[in-house]
Design a protein around this ligand. Structure first.
Ligand code: 13P
Ligand code: SF4
Length: 301
C-alpha cells in the first residue's frame, strides 16, 4: 500500500505540473481506474475524449492502438504509452497489405475496420468502428455486404444482428475467444437468476448463450440498471473488479480471463511515463491523416 500511495501522490503532482490527463480503459486495474484516471471508458469514449481534451499530455492507460488513435485525433498533443509492448492480438492479426489484398478480391465493397488495429490498417480503411457503434456504422453504409476486419467474431455477431453479409478476416481477441457456452451454462446452473453479459468479441455461440451483448461501456450501463441481480460479465476480469467497487451490493460471478497487454500498464510505469515523458507515440503524418479520415467518419455517426 505504501508504494501504491506514493505512486498515486506522485502521479497527481505530475499531472498538474505537465497539464496531463490519464485516459483509462475499463480493463485497467482498480488502482489505476479508480485512483488516478481522469477519463474512464470504452474505446469509443476514450477516442472522443482524446479529441476533445485541452490537456497538453495524454497518458493512455490502455493498449497501443488506443494511444495511436488518441494521437491521430489529437495530433498537436503529446500522447504517452507507459509500456510500448501493450499490444492486442486483433491489431497484430492484420497488415495494411492484407487490407489492400482484400479490397482487390472484393472490388467496391466498403472496408469497416475495428479500432483495434494499427494506424497503417486504419489508413487503408473506409471507416472505423468500435464495439459500441459497430451496428450503426455498418448500417450507415447502406450496402448488402461489407468487409469487416479484423475480428471475425465481431463481424459475425454484427452480421447476425443486421442481416448484412460479412466478408471476414480470421482475427480473434485472445481473451474473448476462450469463453464457451458450456462455461456459461455451468455458471447459470450454479447461480440461479444469473444475468449474463457478453462482449461482442466473443464467439457467436457465446453471445447466443448470453442475455445481452455490448461494448464495455454498454455493459457498465446495463449493470447500473440491474444492480440487484447476480451478474456474469463475459469479458476481461478487471471490468468486474471495477464495477464491484461501484456496486458493492451486486454479486459478480467472476471467471478470470485476463488481457496480458492491458496488464502491462501499472501505477509505477504511469508515474515513470510522466516523470520522463516516455514513451511518446508518433505517427507518419500521411498515414495519420488517412487513418484520421476513417476514425472521424466513424465519430461523425
Ligand atoms: P470496448 O471498446 O468495448 O471497450 O472494447 C475494447 C477491447 O479491447 C475489448 O477487448
Ligand atoms: Fe486486444 Fe482482446 Fe486485449 Fe482487448 S482484451 S486489448 S481485444 S487482446
Amino acid at each position: 500500500w505504501e508504494t501504491f500511495l506514493a505512486d498515486i501522490r506522485a502521479i497527481e503532482t505530475l499531472k498538474r505540473e505537465r497539464n496531463a490527463v490519464i485516459l483509462a480503459h475499463n480493463y485497467q486495474t482498480p488502482e489505476i481506474f479508480h485512483c488516478v484516471a481522469d477519463i474512464r471508458g470504452d474505446s469509443l469514449a476514450l477516442a472522443r475524449e482524446a479529441q476533445e481534451t485541452d490537456a497538453d499530455v495524454i497518458v493512455m492507460a490502455g493498449v497501443h492502438f488506443m494511444a495511436e488513435t488518441a494521437k491521430m485525433l489529437n495530433p498537436h498533443g503529446t500522447v504517452l504509452i507507459p509500456d510500448r509492448k501493450a499490444g492486442c492480438s486483433l491489431a497484430d492479426s492484420i497488415t495494411g497489405a492484407d487490407v489492400r489484398a482484400l479490397r482487390a478480391r472484393h472490388p467496391g465493397v466498403p472496408v469497416v475496420t475495428y479500432v483495434n488495429t494499427s494506424a497503417e490498417v486504419k489508413a487503408e480503411s473506409d471507416i472505423c468502428c468500435t464495439s459500441g457503434n459497430a451496428k450503426r456504422v455498418v448500417e450507415s453504409l447502406g450496402t448488402d455486404s461489407v468487409i469487416m476486419i479484423p475480428d471475425e467474431f465481431l463481424a459475425r455477431n454484427i452480421g447476425a444482428e443486421t442481416g448484412i453479409r460479412m466478408i471476414t478476416w480470421p482475427g480473434h481477441c485472445e481473451v474473448h475467444e476462450r469463453f464457451t457456452p458450456e462455461e456459461i451454462g455451468r455458471m447459470r446452473a450454479d447461480n440461479p437468476g444469473l444475468v449474463v453479459l457478453a462482449h461482442p468479441e466473443c464467439p457467436p455461440e457465446v453471445v447466443a448463450a448470453s442475455d445481452f451483448s455490448g461494448s464495455t461501456a454498454m455493459m457498465a450501463d446495463f449493470v447500473r440498471g440491474h444492480a440487484s441481480d447476480p451478474i456474469l460479465l463475459v469479458t476481461e476480469c478487471s471490468m468486474s473488479d471495477n464495477l464491484a467497487i461501484q456496486y458493492p451490493r451486486t454479486a459478480f460471478v467472476r471467471p478470470c480471463n485476463m488481457c496480458p497487454h492491458m496488464k502491462r500498464i501499472t501505477l509505477s510505469n504511469i508515474r515513470h511515463a510522466l516523470e520522463t515523458m516516455t514513451h511518446e507515440v508518433t505517427l507518419d503524418p500521411e498515414l495519420a491523416s488517412r487513418g484520421r479520415r476513417a476514425v472521424e467518419r466513424m465519430l461523425a455517426i
